[in-house]
Structure formats: C-alpha cells, structure tokens
Write a protein that binds this ligand. Structure first.
Ligand SMILES: NC(=O)c1ccc[n+]([C@@H]2O[C@H](COP(=O)([O-])OP(=O)(O)OC[C@H]3O[C@@H](n4cnc5c(N)ncnc54)[C@H](OP(=O)(O)O)[C@@H]3O)[C@@H](O)[C@H]2O)c1
Length: 307
C-alpha cells in the first residue's frame, strides 16, 4: 500500500516520504480501515514517538493519528464492528498512523462516524475532540456557570474547546491571534482577546479554568488569570511548569483514545452543538506540504490528508 513515512527522528517535516510500505493487517481485537481521510497535527513529528510500548526503537513511522474511513476486515476476536461500517477514531500514537491507504486500529479506539459529517470533516474530530473534552471535563472539572479561558481558540483543539465549554454552560473567553477573532466568536466565545496586542491583564483573576493550547509566554502569563482555587491546564508543556501561585492547580496532560467520549462527541456533533474546523484537504502524497503550510500559522482547524 502507499503511505507517508519518516525514517529519521530528527528529520522533521523534511523527512516525510511517500512510498510503498507493507500492507496493514488487523491483529487481535483490531479492525482494518480503508482510510478515507486522515487528520494530522503539524507538531506531531516532534513528540516522543520513536520508542514503542515494548521499548523497541521504531525503524519508521507512519504519522497521522486521526482517521475516518470504512472497515474492510476484522482481526481475530474483534467484536462490535462489521465490514462496511463507517468509523472514526484516534490511533495509538506509538503505532503506525493513518497517513496511508489502510490502517489497523484497536477496535476499542474507534466509534461510529457522526452521521452529519463527511469523512473529511470527521477526521478533524478525534484528537481535537478528545483533547478538548479531557481538558475541560476530565482534568478541568468544568461546571455550568464557570468562566473558562481558551488560549488558541481558533485552532483545532481550541475551537472545539470553545464549543464544548459553551455546551456545558460555561462563559468562554477566547484568545489567540486577531485573525481568529471572528471564528472564535462565532463558535461561542463571549469575549476574545487578540494576543498580538497583549491584553491578558484585562481578564486577570476572572477565570475558574484556563485551557492553554499555545504555551510559552502565554502559559507563563496564565496563572494570573485564575481566581483562587482555579485550574490551569496546558497541552503545550512536557512536564511541570513554574507558577508563583499556591492557590491554583496546574495540570499538563496528553490526550488518550476513548471510545465513550468519541460516541458522546459524535452525538453532540449530530445534535448541532459542535462543528469541527477543517483547514484544508491535501492529497496523501502532498502530506509534507500540508504539515508545512499548517506550521506556518494562520490556517484555522485541522489539516486533512486524502489517500
Ligand atoms: N498534549 C496533548 O494532548 C495535545 C493534543 C493536541 C495538540 N497538542 C498540541 O497543542 C498545540 C495546539 O494544537 P492544535 O492542533 O490545536 O494546533 P493549531 O490548530 O495550530 O491551534 C493553535 C492556535 O493557537 C494560535 N497560536 C499559536 N501561537 C500563538 C501565539 N503566540 N499567540 C496567539 N495565538 C497563537 C494559532 O494561530 P496560528 O495558526 O495563526 O499560529 C492557532 O489558532 C500544538 O502544539 C499541538 O502539538 C497537544
């Protein structure tokens, strides 16, 4: 089958090649999916993905952990899906991803595709949806009536976080670059602060929860936005980050696959509460271009590959 691969940990986007690779095969409790659309995260090649769970160094990596497609085969003992089912999900980040014609995925990491979206829109959902859900609800314990600040509100994760927080009855303050103001506001942010002009001071001490998808100076400045007892969550730090406050909680996390949450997010999509953002769709062979364009900034939402 054709796939995108990288063979060198330090090669970055320049190391991506379009080539023939061995056919994917469904193993124990897995399904084989014919990939219709694959979502990429432009930073994913920088993550610690070169050592598999058994501790072996991976020789090559097929990127793209977000998949939407059609089940073409079931592995030994796989229940809950049938050949022909339209599914979506987040693949295990330490296995080959979905930037390929086919991908084998653990059935537990998949859910039925939302009825109201096509595959290209659906492939924008798994990582953004699960990360936003887990930030707001699993880690952030967001409650109705609370105020949440979402940094990077026009991005793939941030735009879903804005919508989920609104659905949960929270007041949402979005931040990001000026070009994302209209989108974040349309998706449900009551207020928007363009970080190009500074401006975080005006919301000091107003948030119960901060969800940071930007990192750096924005993360450093975020402790001051919280009320006493509030929570600062970032998906942009590798470990603990410094804060001068001992009356707030700080959390760094990486999203996990979760079928139940995918099912719930799909329901919210079909009920009209959440609309995933697709930045652009590229042919699989042009994956490197998709990574490059997204990394340059200014493209809202997720880049999608089409095998
Ligand atoms: N830990 C986890 O589980 C996890 C999960 C998913 C993603 N991530 C990471 O989280 C980050 C966000 O992911 P994503 O897919 O949502 O990316 P994205 O679509 O690029 O979203 C980031 C948003 O923040 C904006 N932004 C970036 N730097 C900014 C700055 N200095 N000031 C103001 N706005 C800024 C971007 O605008 P521009 O496009 O104009 O730059 C974009 O709107 C990525 O770095 C990704 O690696 C982590």
């Amino acid at each position: 089958m054709k796939a995108i691969r990288t063979h060198e940990p330090t090669a970055g986007i320049g190391g991506l090649v379009y080539e023939d690779v061995p056919d994917a095969k469904a193993g124990l409790c897995e399904v084989l999916i014919k990939v219709v659309a694959c979502g990429i995260t432009h930073t994913e090649l920088d993550w610690p993905i070169w050592t598999c769970r058994a501790g072996h160094r991976r020789e090559a990596i097929i990127p793209g952990n977000e998949v939407s497609g059609v089940v073409t085969a079931l592995g030994y003992g796989t229940a809950g899906f049938a050949v022909g089912d339209e599914v979506f999900g987040l693949t295990d980040q330490l296995r080959d991803g979905a930037a390929a014609e086919y991908v084998a995925v653990e059935a537990r990491n998949l859910a039925p595709k939302p009825r109201s979206l096509d595959h290209f829109q659906t492939a924008a959902v798994p990582r953004a949806g699960l990360t936003a859900w887990q930030a707001l609800f699993d880690h952030g314990k967001l409650e109705k009536g609370q105020t949440v600040v979402v940094h990077g509100a026009g991005g793939a994760v941030g735009s879903v976080a804005v919508q989920l927080a609104r659905w949960a009855g929270a007041e949402v303050i979005g931040t990001g670059r000026e070009h994302s103001r209209a989108l974040a506001t349309e998706l449900g942010a009551e207020r928007y602060i363009a970080l190009d002009n500074g401006g975080l001071d005006e919301i000091a001490g107003q948030a119960d929860l901060v969800v940071d998808t930007v990192g750096g100076e924005v993360l450093t400045a975020s402790s001051a936005l919280l009320r006493p007892g509030g929570t600062l969550i970032t998906i942009k730090a590798a470990a603990e980050f410094p804060t001068d406050r001992d009356d707030i909680a700080t959390i760094v996390f990486v999203q996990l696959p979760n079928r139940d949450q995918l099912v719930e997010i799909a329901r919210l999509i079909d009920d009209g509460h959440v609309r995933p953002q697709v930045g652009a769709v590229y042919p699989l062979a042009e994956a490197a271009q998709a990574f490059t364009v997204k990394a340059a900034g200014g493209v809202p939402g997720r880049m999608i590959l089409r095998p």
